[in-house]
Design a protein around this ligand. Structure first.
Ligand SMILES: [Zn+2]
Length: 130
């Protein structure tokens, strides 16, 4: 069973606020499916707690408005920001590492949320903290 919807990864408060159509292109949709199927859902299944997603896909305009990096993996639908309900960011990061599930980058962003990305066949398994 899937706990995630594509719409959750497309939704952006910033896009709505600025009346921007944040619909992903076809390649980003493929990346988002890979991210959900091979990374996000398997992690969710192992941890067994709800994820609150704050940002998934972002087009160039939305990414600029939220202060994202120009090479952000969110632009390709390959990254998602979230919190795991009832867990600190550090605890969530440790729990994700312990699942052994493959990812490209796992980032503790300012102790405010978890950023995870997935690039099929090219995962670097990098752990970073901003
Ligand atoms: Zn992010």
């Amino acid at each position: 069973m899937l706990n995630f919807k594509m719409s959750e990864l497309i939704h952006s408060n910033k896009a709505i606020e600025h009346n921007i159509n944040n619909m992903p292109d076809i390649n980003s949709l493929d990346n988002m499916l890979d991210l959900i199927f091979y990374c996000l859902q398997p992690v969710r299944d192992k941890i067994g707690k709800p994820f609150d997603i704050s940002s998934g896909y972002r087009n160039t305009q939305v990414n600029k408005l939220v202060g994202g990096k120009t090479n952000s993996q969110h632009l390709k639908g390959a990254a998602v920001d979230f919190k795991i309900r009832g867990m600190t960011v550090t605890a969530a990061i440790n729990a994700i590492k312990n699942t052994g599930i493959e990812y490209d980058q796992l980032i503790n962003e300012y102790d405010r949320w978890v950023h995870i990305s997935f690039v099929k066949g090219k995962n670097r398994k990098q752990n970073l903290k901003y």
